[in-house]
Design a protein around this ligand. Structure first.
Ligand SMILES: O=c1ccn([C@H]2C[C@H](O)[C@@H](COP(=O)(O)OP(=O)(O)OP(=O)(O)O)O2)c(=O)[nH]1
Length: 209
């Protein structure tokens, strides 16, 4: 049976994720990193970007909300890669789960369901994750494009001393994540060179390079 486009995109992301994790630690699979912990913490960070305080005016920062979902997806893919090295099989499973969307009445409650499920199972629930995406109108293609962008930013950070502590996170009064949003919007994401172009654009903007 031919592979769907979404499955191909999932295999591409799984490959990039494994490679990114190896950059952080060459033997990452043996480190027993707590991916589930990273997921629920990111859920809380996302809720802050979305807004939840009833006593204060807050407007949702949807670009940042989407970027937090992309961070969660990095950790979710890592969860799945911790259990199997068969990219194709993981992609098929995720592809099915993305068609079996689960959500509560509104986005914040779905996000809490995701955090709760993550804490209870210590794993990644793609059905509820897909529910969060649906409730903020984020199509899978956008997840794919933003995933590539953020993965490249994560690489860029590591190449410029993120782990060692000498990476500059803010340039021109903007956080690197905000620069990334600008870069993604300025490039053609359908180009086969998209990932390389993101890296190049970040290098051009970064003051120390
Ligand atoms: O082994 C790892 C560790 C991290 N990441 C990625 C996932 C996520 O895309 C990013 C970390 O998220 P974020 O940028 O929010 O982390 P931070 O370093 O805590 O930054 P901030 O202070 O902006 O939240 O790094 C990986 O892919 N593999």
């Amino acid at each position: 049976m031919s592979q769907s486009i979404r499955q191909q995109q999932l295999v591409t992301m799984l490959t990039m994720q494994d490679s990114m994790n190896q950059k952080v630690h060459p033997k990452w699979l043996k480190q027993n990193f707590q991916w589930y912990r990273a997921i629920w913490i990111e859920c809380a960070e996302m809720l802050d970007h979305y807004g939840w305080k009833w006593w204060k005016h807050q407007s949702p920062d949807m670009e940042q909300v989407k970027l937090e979902l992309v961070d969660i997806f990095h950790f979710g893919l890592s969860c799945r890669l911790s259990d199997s090295d068969d990219y194709q099989q993981i992609a098929e499973t995720l592809d099915y789960e993305f068609s079996d969307i689960r959500h509560a009445d509104e986005f914040r409650t779905t996000l809490e369901d995701l955090a709760l499920n993550t804490l209870q199972t210590k794993s990644f629930n793609a059905q509820i994750f897909a529910g969060c995406m649906q409730q903020i109108n984020m199509p899978f293609d956008e997840l794919f494009t933003s995933y590539i962008g953020k993965n490249i930013l994560n690489r860029f950070r590591q190449d410029h001393g993120y782990k060692e502590g000498h990476y500059q996170k803010v340039w021109d009064n903007k956080e690197d994540n905000e620069h990334l949003i600008d870069v993604i919007q300025s490039l053609d994401s359908s180009s086969t060179d998209f990932a390389d172009n993101v890296y190049q654009a970040l290098s051009q903007r970064y003051p120390a390079s």
